[in-house]
Design a protein around this ligand. Structure first.
Ligand code: ZN
Length: 95
């Protein structure tokens, strides 16, 4: 599925970019597939990842954004699991 350039969440616009990521520019973590910048309201996805991983990362970062807006501190393995499950549910959905 095509990753959109912008999404809306709770009345806020989140910009999505797909580009080569050397590190997370929020906390400096190296080797990330993507990240959500809550101060700039941006999702960044690594362009060097395979398409399925880019899509799953995009969904993962949407969940990270939802946690930010709802002040919900989910354990990261739960966010990871939800990202995998929701990305597959949407990808394999039938009209
Ligand atoms: Zn995460």
């Amino acid at each position: 599925m095509k990753i959109p350039e912008k999404i809306k969440m709770g009345g806020h616009t989140i910009t999505v970019t797909i580009r080569r990521l050397d590190q997370c520019e929020v906390d400096g973590t190296i080797g990330v597939f993507g990240y959500f910048d809550c101060e700039k309201l941006e999702i960044h996805v690594d362009s060097d990842s395979p398409p399925s991983l880019q899509w799953e990362t995009f969904i993962h970062e949407i969940i990270e954004a939802a946690c930010f807006f709802t002040e919900t501190a989910l354990p990261h393995p739960i966010i990871q699991s939800f990202g995998l499950l929701i990305s597959q549910a949407i990808t394999n959905a039938e009209a």
